[in-house]
Design a protein. Structure first.
Length: 123
């Protein structure tokens, strides 16, 4: 399980600008979980140790980079449910709802128009 979580995290950054293909619910869930843990940990530790301006600058950089990583992962997750990645435009209005819906969407087994089923691909 830890191996899968680490691979999901690394895939999120390796494919930061890849908007094709599919990703599983668990991969997306592990990646989002890591983002929340990292953001919470960095914020708490940063506020205790670093000057506030430096914390704000570092958090801004973290959020910008991770916005693109989460966006690409979410597009691939929507593709797994045979939905268009254009639904991610909703991030500008209600990002948390889009992420929540992506976590509960039922995947389409087998090949769909976005590619082969990631659960059946050899690792």
């Amino acid at each position: 399980m830890l191996d899968k979580a680490i691979n999901s995290l690394l895939d999120g950054y390796r494919k930061i600008f890849c908007y094709e293909g599919r990703s599983t619910r668990s991969e997306f869930g592990y990646f989002i979980l890591f983002q929340f843990i990292a953001l919470f940990t960095f914020t708490i530790i940063g506020i205790k140790i670093l000057p506030l301006l430096l914390v704000v600058i570092c958090l801004a950089i973290f959020l910008i980079v991770n916005f693109f990583a989460i966006l690409s992962y979410n597009v691939r997750r929507l593709h797994d449910a045979n939905a268009s990645g254009w639904w991610c435009l909703g991030y500008f209005f209600c990002g948390a709802i889009i992420i929540g819906v992506s976590l509960i969407l039922t995947p389409i087994p087998g090949v769909n128009k976005y590619g082969p089923d990631p659960r059946t691909l050899p690792k």
